[in-house]
Every structure is written in structure tokens, then in C-alpha cells.
Design a protein around this ligand. Sequence first.
Ligand SMILES: Cc1ncc(COP(=O)(O)O)c(C=O)c1O
Length: 343
Amino acid sequence: MSDFRSDTVTRPTPAMREAMARAEVGDDVLDGDPTVRRLEEAAAEWLGKERALFVPSGTMANQVAVGAWTRPGDELIAQRWAHVVTFEAGAAGYLHGVQATTLGDRSGHLDPAQVKDAIRPDFLHCPRTALLTLEQTHNAAGGVVLPMEEVAGVAAIAREHGIPVHLDGARLANAVVASGIPAQRWAEQADSVSLCFSKGLGAPVGSVIAGDGEFIERGVLVRKRLGGWMRQAGHLAAAALLALEEGVERLAEDHALARSIAERLGVLPGLAADPAAVETNIVMVSVETPDHDAASLAQALGERGVRVMPMGERVLRFVTHRDVGPADVDRLEEAARATLGVG
Ligand SMILES: Cc1ncc(COP(=O)(O)O)c(C=O)c1O
């Protein structure tokens, strides 16, 4: 199968398996695990933050941030389609008693004037606006990179109002490669930042949440309450370390492959995709043929050996990663042509 459903589907490389097997480990709760510590230090340095904390998932990284920055009854501001409010099953409310106000549209962008307007006044009847969350790259918007002026602009508004900023950097490495702007410069716009090793970077498990020492102290407690403490997690951290050391530059190949998908599918009758809109490793393809919706087309492609995820009724999302290459895109185009009856 050629699997374009997500960049999370990669299997560990032989080098990762070797590093995992050989990792020096300890009980990360009792005494600290030396390999986890190395990963946390390397990630903190890469992100330009004082400390980083290893957590099992990107969702937990975001929820540690929400828990560490807020109190029950508070409100956070997020982009309408951000992962933290769209794909975390209501965790901010369920776990932390925090409600969200959401802004913007499918493009993934945030308008500074709207952010300013959404900040609650200091008034007994209102929730406290306690957090602004940003997402880079923006998954549901098709992996777009929010421009630095936009990120800096909205972060400045939050800062003027004393509101901390959390950057969901699950795919920050893709933004770094696409923009040429180092991770530290993106991260310095935020008070906390997450990074996933299990997406384009290709590790099997794990994320970090990074920030200053005080934030991390609170984050350790939230992670404990979420059950995110892990014991000999060095076996996982060893793969994540390799992902950070060796996975970043390779992302450029995923971005080029993604663009080629838009170029090759976008010209087929019944499909629409804009190569110019593909900035990183995610391609959104509109299904415009009356013969199929996204779900039925995904099903038909699956029967021809190509797995892909519907994102809405008439949109398919393709994600490139280490375990797909040009031959998989050839197979995808053939499967699409055969399914649509195009010669
Ligand atoms: C932007 C973003 N944040 C967070 C997550 C959550 O990561 P995980 O699946 O590891 O919980 C994802 C997952 O796709 C994501 O795209």
C-alpha cells in the first residue's frame, strides 16, 4: 500500500531500532532517564527555550500547555480549525475547565484585529482570556506556514495584554524547512512551544513541550495529572533524538513530493488542487466529480493500493513522509486515473 493518510504512519528506520535497543535508560519518574534528558536538552536548544519536557503525544503537549497556563473558567483564543480546538475531543474543557473562542476560516490565518477584539475586558461577568494558541504549520489548512509578520503581529497583541502564547509546533520543523527561518525565531514569538517527533521527523512516538523553567515546573505537574509520566522512556527518546538530528533537512523531499501530487492530480478532470498552495507536506485535493465524494474516492483509491484521508465531504488530504516516494506518487496518479476513467 502507498499510505498518504498521515506523516504519522512511518515505521522506525533500522538506525532508529538500533538506537532504541541500545539506549541507556533509567526510571524517568524516580531518578531521571539519561536518554530522555539528552532529548529534552537537545529539543530545548533546537527550540531556543530554557527547558523541554518529553510527553507521549502532540495532544498531550498541547494539553500540558493549556493546563499550565490557565485556571478553570478561563478562556483561550485559537484559530477556528486549530488542532487544539478541532481534533482534541474537547480536552481543554474536559480536562482543564477552559472554554475557547475561535477565529478565522479554512485558510488557517489569524487577523490581528480580530485577536485584539476577542480579548475579554477585565470585567466580573467575563472569563479571563488566559492563552492565545497558534499552530505552525497549520494542519487542517493544508500545512500552510503562517508568515512571520502574522505570528509576530498576533503574539505582540497577546503580550500587550499580558496573555501568554502557546505555539502548537507539531510540524514546526516543516515550517523551518519551508521558510528558512530557524525554529528559535518562530519559538521566540511564543511562551511555550510543542514539537512532534512522530510526524514528518519519522520517530515512532513522542513530542516535547518547551518553555521557561517556571512553565516547565507547572507542566511537570500537569503531565503527572494526565498520566503522561513514563518510566524507561529512553528507548523512545533515542528514536526521537535521531529524528531531530537527521529528520529535519529531509523534509524538503516531502515538500517537493507533495507539490508533485498537486501538479499531477490537479490537472485530472473531476479533481482540483493548487500546487502553489502546497507549502509543506500536506496537499488538499477537492473532489469535484459528481461520481464521487471524498469518502467514496478514498475507498476506490484504497482498492487500488493507495490510502488517503477524507477531510470533509469533498476534500481529500494527502500527506507525504519518509515512507512514500516518487513511485508511490506514480501509483497514486495511476489509481486516480483508473478510478476517474481518465486515460
Ligand atoms: C497541529 C497538530 N497538533 C497536535 C497534533 C496531535 O498529535 P498527536 O496525534 O501526537 O496527539 C497533531 C496531530 O496530527 C497536529 O496535526
